[in-house]
Write a protein that binds this ligand. Structure first.
Ligand code: GDP
Length: 423
């Protein structure tokens, strides 16, 4: 059985929390794309954990976690993330963590290149997280990346690095005039942060295929949401990888498998980190109230997130491109205090009304068309059944369920593991 958990919006929908919850019934959880450019925040009985690279089920004792070939791995960051979790009492061994030999390594020169380019762009910047993600994905497709499996073959690694570093310095030093990278320094970096990871590196594709053949339950965990997908998102303000369900089996290393159940995680309102079109953006006091209520500050970067009301156009599109079978609606409780809740039901583009999510310049100039639903003005934090919810909260849920055209099965009303309603 293959399940995916994916984001319907711009990311930060609370996927980490849903994987943490739903992984209980899974055997294996796989991250299939991205790197340490985003973070999941998970709160459970052992404390609060921020995960950037590790799959969220690392916090559960008896689950196997896989970092798939679609990922880009900053091994220094990974070693530090593992060390931090171990300090918090989390057990991480080759039995519960497996890293694909085909995942590529995000190197210090990729991070440097990312920063140099953002600095060059200055106020024209795209809002990169400066973690080297775009440069390493570019290197991957240029076939000039080191793969995790290369760490197991030091002579090969050295030979590959020599060629790549010579080429990379043409950019770092030649184009940006920054300090060039030396192969011996990078080999020392690989020695320091690659060596401890050696025992985790394997062919995770064969591992997952065998597990599925044996009837194991595997869950694919996405980072970021549909609107950040490199093809279907708000390009160029997207991430550099495919965040969608259809890519999941490819990035996990099981391209021969179909996803049986795609769970889309969708937020009860909208948030967006960084630059780019965000049609429903709120400003001023109203925005700050929502931002603070929702704790909307980036998990990886601490940046304040842009916030707004629920966007039916964007979310309906998100459900479509994610092929969502069911929805987990998160952070409903954040709307508890609102008197009247804005919901964007269509866009106005040059005077024409549309319910289809546009791209490019049409999206840039789109204006939101709102409808307002009555708030419930009481706490939902202790609701545990659908019937416990105030009537207006149920009306709100049913309205957006119908508008996006996908069944809302889970509703979360708090960050804790049990603050969930199954409808
Ligand atoms: P992710 O990257 O999609 O996992 O999203 P974030 O890292 O932004 O996680 C969402 C944040 O909201 C985390 O701090 C969660 O603990 C918290 N959270 C998730 N679901 C809920 C909810 O239903 N209510 C509240 N109040 N907080 C939630």
């Amino acid at each position: 059985m293959l399940t995916s958990i994916v984001g319907i919006n711009w990311g930060d929908e609370g996927k980490g929390r849903m994987v943490d919850l739903l992984s209980e019934s899974q055997d294996i959880v796989v991250r299939y794309q991205g790197g340490n450019n985003a973070g999941h925040t998970v709160i459970n009985d052992r404390g609060k954990f921020v995960l950037n690279l590790l799959p969220s089920a690392i916090l559960r004792e008896d689950k196997i976690n896989v970092m798939g070939n679609g990922m880009v791995v900053d091994i220094e960051h990974l070693c530090k993330e593992i060390a931090k979790l171990r300090e918090g009492g989390i057990r991480i061994t080759p039995d519960n963590l497996k890293i694909s030999d085909k995942a590529v390594v995000c190197c210090p020169y990729n991070v440097a290149q990312d920063c140099l380019e953002e600095d060059r762009l200055a106020d024209r910047k795209f809002g990169s997280t400066r973690r080297g993600i775009a440069p390493i994905y570019a290197d991957k497709y240029m076939k000039k990346a080191i793969r995790m499996g290369d760490i197991l073959h030091p002579e090969y690694l050295k030979a590959r690095l020599e060629g790549i570093v010579e080429w990379k310095n043409l950019t770092i030093k030649g184009a940006y005039g920054a300090k060039e990278y030396k192969v011996e320094d990078l080999l020392a970096w690989f020695d320091m942060y690659g060596t401890p990871l050696k025992e985790y590196i394997c062919d995770t594709g064969y591992f997952l295929n065998k597990a599925l053949d044996e009837g194991k339950r595997v869950m694919l965990e996405a980072q970021l949401g549909a609107l950040r997908d490199i093809d279907f998102g708000i390009y160029p303000y997207t991430t550099s990888s495919s965040t969608i369900t259809a890519y999941g089996p490819v990035g996990a290393g099981i391209p021969n498998r179909k996803v049986d159940n795609a769970i889309g995680v969708m937020k009860a309102y909208s948030t967006c980190v960084g630059e780019g079109p965000f049609t429903v953006e709120m400003f001023g006091e109203e925005a700050q109230k929502l931002r603070i209520a929702g704790g909307e500050f980036g998990a990886a970067t601490g940046r304040p997130r842009r916030v707004g009301g629920f966007d039916v156009v964007a979310s309906g599109y998100g459900c479509m491109v994610q092929a969502a079978d069911e929805i987990a609606l998160t952070k409903l409780d954040i709307l508890d205090g609102m008197e009247s809740i804005p919901v964007c039901v269509a866009y106005d583009i040059n005077g024409d009304r549309t319910e289809e999510f546009p791209s490019g310049e049409a999206l840039n100039i789109a204006k939101p068309i709102y409808t307002y639903l009555d708030g419930w003005r009481c706490s939902t934090a202790n609701c545990r059944t659908y019937e416990d919810l105030p009537e207006n909260a149920r009306k709100y849920i049913e309205f957006i369920e119908q508008a996006v055209g996908c069944n809302i099965k889970y509703i979360s009303v708090g960050a804790e593991r049990d603050a969930i309603i199954v409808k």
